[in-house]
Ligand binder design. Sequence first.
Ligand SMILES: NC(=O)c1ccc[n+]([C@@H]2O[C@H](COP(=O)([O-])OP(=O)(O)OC[C@H]3O[C@@H](n4cnc5c(N)ncnc54)[C@H](O)[C@@H]3O)[C@@H](O)[C@H]2O)c1
Length: 404
Amino acid sequence: MHAVRIGVVGYGYWGPNLVRTLIDLPEVVLVVVAERDPARMQEIRDKHPQVEVVVSDHKQLLSMELDAVAVVTPPETHFSIVKEYLENGLDVFVEKPITTSADDAAQLVTLAEERGRVLMVGHIAEYHPTIRALKEIIDSGELGPIRYIDTVRAGLGLFHPSLNVIWDLAPHDISILIHLLGAAPTHASTSAIACVQDSVEDVAYSAFTFPNGVLAHSRLSWLDPLKMRRITVVGSDKMVVYDDLEPHEKLKIYDKHVTTVPKTDTFGDFQFAYHYGSVTSPYVEFEEPLRIECRHFAKCVIEGSQPMTDGRSGLRVVQVIEAAQESLRNQGSQVAVGSASSTVGARAIDVTNGTESPARGKTGALDHIKDNDRSVLGPPSHEVDLVDSNGGGAPGDRPEPVAW
Ligand SMILES: NC(=O)c1ccc[n+]([C@@H]2O[C@H](COP(=O)([O-])OP(=O)(O)OC[C@H]3O[C@@H](n4cnc5c(N)ncnc54)[C@H](O)[C@@H]3O)[C@@H](O)[C@H]2O)c1
C-alpha cells in the first residue's frame, strides 16, 4: 500500500502533538489539518509548511481522497464527526473518550464493524512502554494474585467548563486498569466535589470492583498542589509502584508481603508474618507512547487490522465512566457497569467483555445523561478551549504537552 494519507481535525492543545508525530512517520503523509480557529490555522502553516492543506472545517476532508483521519476535537464533538467519517468510508482515530455517552459509542462501534473500517481510540497509556512492562510483570505471576490497585492522577490542572474531572482524566486510568487486569470492572462507586466551578466536579474518588475480586481505586484531581501520576499494584507476594514523575526508575518492585500464620497455642488465632525483601527497578526502554500509538494506527490502516484500543475498548471505558457518573448522582452507591445498557439496533454490546449479547432494552439512565445533565456533558455543540490538565501548570497557562 502507498503511504497512509491522513488528515487531522483539531489543532488546539493536543492536536499539535498528533500533527508533530504523524509528520515524522515515514509510513504516513499528513495531507491536511482542519482547525476552526484562524490563529491556530496560521500557526500550523508557520510551524508545518509541509502540511499540504489547512482548512477550517472537518467536512472539507471528505473530498480529499484520504485513507484515514485523526479526530482531536473536544469530546462532545466526537460522535458526529467520527460518524460522518465512518459513513464516508474513512478509517478513524479518535481521542479519548470516544464519545460522551455509551449509546453513541456503541453506534460508532457498530457502524465501523458494518462498514469494515478501522476505529481506534486514543487510550495512549496502553502504548506506554512502562505500562506494558507493568502488565508483563502482572501476567508473569511474579506478584502473586493481585489484591488491589490504586491510581492517582492529580495536579493543579486546568478546568474544563462543562466536562468534569471524571470525563477528562478517568479514561486514562480506566483503560489502564482494564488493560492490566484483562477485564472490565463490574461495579463503580464515586464521590466527587466541585470546589472551583458550580456543578463541575474537579476532585473525584472512584472505586471499581473487578470480576476476580480485585478492588481498584482512582483519585482524580484538578486541584492538588502536587502533580502525581502513580499506580500501586499490590499482589499477595510482591507489590509494584509505578511513578511516572520519576525521571529514571519509574517502576519499582517491592518484595514485601504480609501473611497470617496460625498461633500454635490457640486454635483459630493468627499472627502476622511480615516479609521484607529487596526493591528492584527493571530497565524499561523508553519510546514516546504517542509515536507508538500513531505507528499502530498507521499499521492497522495499512493492514485493515483491529487496533489494540479499538472502538469496543473505547465503549467499555465510557460505560465505566457512565456507571461512575450514575453513582455520583446516587451519593456514591455501587452501580453495576452496563446497567445503562447500550443497545444498537437488534444487538447489544456486552459491557464487561466487549462481546455481543442478546439485545436488551434501553434504560433511562443514558437519556437522563443526554437530556438533563448538561452540567456533566455540556450542550452537544459546546466548544471550549479545553486544556487537558495532564500537564499541570498554573491556572490560565497552557501547560507543556505531556506524553499522556
Ligand atoms: N491523550 C492525551 O493525553 C490527551 C491529552 C489532552 C487532550 N486529549 C484529548 O484530545 C481531544 C482534544 O482536546 P484538546 O485539549 O486538544 O481540545 P482543544 O479545545 O484545546 O482543541 C480542540 C480544537 O478542535 C478545533 N475544532 C473543534 N471542532 C472542529 C471542527 N469541526 N473542525 C475543525 N476544527 C475543530 C477547535 O477549534 C480547537 O482548536 C479531547 O478528546 C481530549 O480528551 C488527550
